[in-house]
Design a protein around this ligand. Structure first.
Ligand code: NAD
Ligand code: DAU
Length: 353
């Protein structure tokens, strides 16, 4: 990006979005960053308190499904680039309410694409639309191997089906209208500001309160974990140096069975909380499996490493230590986000499992 570009980041009040906003606002003071977020249960402006008064940052509360509101943002700011992260992101919620995922992830993405295309109808020179997606679009690995960029799409949950659909729409706009785009599919992220409905922050919060640790099924499902700040760094790299129309897989080369990960976390928490070794692991409780639970995700990230020079910057052990430290130093944040509707969600989701 040349000069003083204005970049619209959607979903910037969420987990990954807040790390991307912080990185761009602080690393590129010459850019103007507009964060558009509907502030759903997952969006929280507390995530951005440290940069909220930065002169190059502004926030707009709007829903990406609201065509007029999105068009207004494009009218009021001369947007040069879009980094699209706004989404419904939790697989379990997609199982109970698939239409919420169709609405935001499919309808919302197409609404945003339309607004972008209309705003840039004078020419695409210097413009770029970046769609942030997930490795879950590739389905579930059962016989070894890794997801590569050419792996055929085979989404298995309403969440991944909605993300796959949004990916297809972005590529269709690239093909049909020549909208300049880049797309990335990333593995599981972990780190600070992660909403505690997801595995790692949920376990940290429950260990802290001596509550049962609900492990789905036998705990044998495998995920490939990447530190969220490394994902934000990859997004920065792809946004600035990725090739138009290309897809990049992002992952941590860091596969863990859920049960092994929970044991690792229990050990770290025992140490940090001054508990006897093995104390927190006594809280592990096997519960009814997730419906249609994908067995294993694993990313081959060699394309982004080879072509763009990105690679993870820290080990999992180091990232997890930092993550636990952050949650223990920010119990106020945890208490805020787990008050109110979180209690109701938790009671309904885990009741009778
Ligand atoms: P998140 O749920 O923490 O945050 C989503 C954000 O989007 C929230 O701030 C929310 O308020 C906002 N939002 C939701 N619906 C909206 C709407 N209709 N209009 C405007 N804003 C809306 O999600 P996350 O984990 O930070 O994920 C961000 C993106 O990265 C998603 O597109 C997700 O699919 C993708 N992704 C996530 C992971 C992961 O491990 N969390 C991995 C790969 C890709
Ligand atoms: O792979 C990328 C995806 O990772 C992102 O696209 C999604 O937005 C993100 O939510 C994440 O999806 P997962 O379903 O893998 O993440 P989650 O944290 O929900 O679950 C991780 C694993 O832990 C999964 O195998 C289910 C299991 N699990 C989860 C919860 C919440 C449990 O065993 N117990 C739990 O209470």
């Amino acid at each position: 990006m040349k000069g003083t570009p204005t970049i619209l980041i959607t979903g910037g009040a969420g987990f990954i979005g807040s790390h991307v906003v912080r990185r761009f606002v602080t690393k590129y003071p010459q850019y103007r960053i507009v964060n558009l977020d509907a502030l759903t249960y997952a969006g929280n402006l507390e995530n951005l308190r440290d940069i909220q008064n930065a002169p190059n940052y502004s926030f707009v509360k709007a829903d990406i499904c609201d065509a007029e509101a999105v068009a207004k943002v494009f009218r009021e700011h001369a947007i040069d680039g879009v980094i699209h992260l706004a989404a419904e992101s939790h697989v379990d919620r997609s199982i109970t309410d698939p239409l919420a995922f169709v609405r935001t992830n499919v309808f919302g993405t197409v609404t945003l694409l339309n607004a972008t295309k209309e705003a840039w109808k004078g020419g695409f020179e210097g413009k770029r639309f970046y769609h942030v997606s997930t490795d879950e679009v590739y389905g579930s690995l059962h016989d070894g191997g890794f997801f590569i960029e050419e792996t055929p799409y085979d989404p298995q949950s309403p969440y991944s089906a909605s993300k796959a659909s949004s990916d297809h729409f972005v590529r269709a706009y690239g093909n049909t209208y020549k909208l300049p785009f880049v797309l990335s599919n990333c593995s599981n992220n972990y780190g600070s500001h992660h909403f505690p409905e997801k595995l790692i922050p949920l376990m940290i919060n429950n260990i802290r309160h001596n509550r049962p640790l609900p492990v789905y099924g036998k705990g044998e499902n495998v995920r490939d974990w990447l530190w969220v700040e490394d994902h934000a760094a990859a997004i920065d790299t792809i946004f600035h140096t990725g090739k138009n129309g290309e897809t990049y897989n992002i992952g941590g080369h860091n596969e863990w069975k859920n049960i092994d990960l929970v044991h690792l976390l229990c050990g770290i928490m025992d140490r940090k909380l001054g508990r006897a070794e093995g104390e927190s692991a006594k809280l592990i409780t096997y519960v009814t499996d997730r419906a249609g639970h994908d067995l294993r995700y694993a990313i081959d990230a060699s394309k982004i490493e080879r072509e763009l020079g990105w690679r993870p910057s820290i080990t999992f052990e180091e990232g997890l230590e930092r993550t636990v430290d952050w949650y223990l130093a920010n119990t106020e944040w945890l208490d805020h986000v787990t008050s109110g509707t979180y209690q109701q969600y938790y009671a309904e989701h885990y009741a009778g499992r």
